[in-house]
Design a binder for this molecule. Structure first.
Ligand SMILES: [Zn+2]
Length: 247
């Protein structure tokens, strides 16, 4: 039986997937179920370790296959060269897998670091303002119109209530609630991750722009539906105040 060389790229793909997604998808998710979190963390790391081991075993196995094939044929004849050429495959796959793993890690590391540094600063600066349809709204001390939706919260600038009338302020909150209910934060994050991992691909740039644009359309629809025809124009008057910054 010859070595199942195809297992090498599959195993490496798995390692790539785990090491890429775990820091993004798993960090901070299991505060209420720490045991489950630990099990998933160690389970995925263990599976990545086993996959690496499997790839190495298959590569070494194929090395011995090559050795046997080289022994069986005459030095320098076509079969000998063929066996030698085929033997490079697994090592090439291992090398490419290793290189892409390093590249992905290099791109992700600063991203994760920045998020870790920014979050406590934002958490400290935000003040609870009100509760909008079950979603907490926080104010950040900024002198201009600003609003953004997080995973489960809405943040607005302290100046926002002063520069918008009541209807326009409500329209902005409905729009942001549309982002929260539609889980747009996660979608945008995922699209940006793809962009960071494949920065040279035009498709990934288009993906980010398109996801962001579509999220805005969905949030506007949600706001208009909940505002009703009479108050829907308030959304447009709010947008005029935001000028070129989005909300
Ligand atoms: Zn928006």
């Amino acid at each position: 039986m010859s070595a199942p060389i195809l297992l090498i790229p599959i195993a490496l793909e798995w390692v790539l997937l785990i090491t890429t997604l775990a820091p993004v998808a798993l960090v901070g998710r299991f505060n209420t179920r720490p045991r489950l979190g630990l099990a998933i963390w160690f389970g995925s790391l263990l599976s990545a370790g086993l996959a690496t081991g499997l790839a190495l075993v298959v590569a070494i196995w194929s090395y011995f296959d090559t050795f046997v094939a080289l022994e069986a044929s005459l030095f320098g004849d076509s079969e000998w060269f063929m066996a030698l050429a085929v033997s490079f495959g697994p090592w090439l796959a291992l090398l490419l897998g290793g290189v892409s793993l390093v590249l992905v890690q290099q791109r992700l590391e600063p991203l994760v670091q920045t998020a870790r540094q920014i979050k406590p600063a934002v958490d400290q600066a935000k003040q609870p303002l009100l509760n909008f349809m079950g979603t907490p709204v926080f104010a950040i001390d900024l002198p201009f119109a600003y609003a953004v939706a997080g995973r489960r919260e809405i943040m607005v600038s302290s100046a926002l209530q002063n520069v918008l009338n009541t209807d326009a302020f409500a329209a902005v909150l409905w729009h942001e609630l549309g982002h929260v209910r539609g889980r747009h934060f996660g979608l945008k994050k995922l699209a940006r991750l793809v962009r960071v991992l494949s920065p040279t691909m035009a498709a990934s740039k288009a993906l980010v722009l398109e996801v962001e644009r579509l999220c805005e359309v969905v949030a506007d629809d949600y706001a208009v539906r909940n505002l009703g025809n009479k108050k829907a124009p308030a959304l447009e008057s709010a947008r005029a105040i935001f000028k070129d910054s989005a909300f």
